[in-house]
Design a protein around this ligand. Sequence first.
Ligand code: ADP
Ligand code: MG
Length: 203
Amino acid sequence: LSVMKMSIDLIKQHPADAKISDSIITKRLDLIEKSIDRISHQVDDVLDYVRNSPLKLSTISLRTIILGSIDKVNVPHDVTITVSDSDAILSCDSIKLDAVFINLIVNAIQAIPQGGTIEIQIRSNNDEVIIDFIDSGVGIPQEFMDKIFEPLFTTKQKGTGLGLASCKNIIEQHNGKISVKNNPTTFTITLPKIPELPKSISQ
Ligand SMILES: Nc1ncnc2c1ncn2[C@@H]1O[C@H](COP(=O)(O)OP(=O)(O)O)[C@@H](O)[C@H]1O
Ligand SMILES: [Mg+2]
């Protein structure tokens, strides 16, 4: 896919060399490029879901991971994301948690067609961290509440339905929990500050 994408970029940069300066062809190339982006995205979702690699733990600030996740998302200008000032230090796989947070933020953005807010709140006690993702979007129909964490459940025409299933896998790998409520739509993640690692079967 990336080779295809690179070739298209090259053709677009040198339309004269490629003898395809016609604007219709350029439009088609744009379409191909968009499809490739979409397929790449879907393949990434599938790989994220299937990959069940062991956690690579490090001790890190949760707020730093969340701010990094927000940076990687294309946030529409009519969507405002706020992160509470509070922070917590925990032992976790920051790359996997980053993927969880990106999934939740993208879902929230997709649920906010007319502009609105995403509030991310961090709370903690002695041994747990609790993170709420609250969005002002359209909400989740009651009959779907039990289904949204199931693999392949999607209400989107171009969705994979693997985002929340991956989130659940990763949070459970950390011995945490993820749950959802409506009014306002709130995804709540609870993580132990130090995940008790499952005993290795090979030892
Ligand atoms: N913040 C949200 N607001 C409303 N609905 C949501 C939200 N997050 C997830 N959903 C619902 O849960 C479904 C599953 O989400 P997900 O597993 O990420 O798959 P996908 O985003 O590919 O549809 C979505 O299709 C949507 O119906
Ligand atoms: Mg999603």
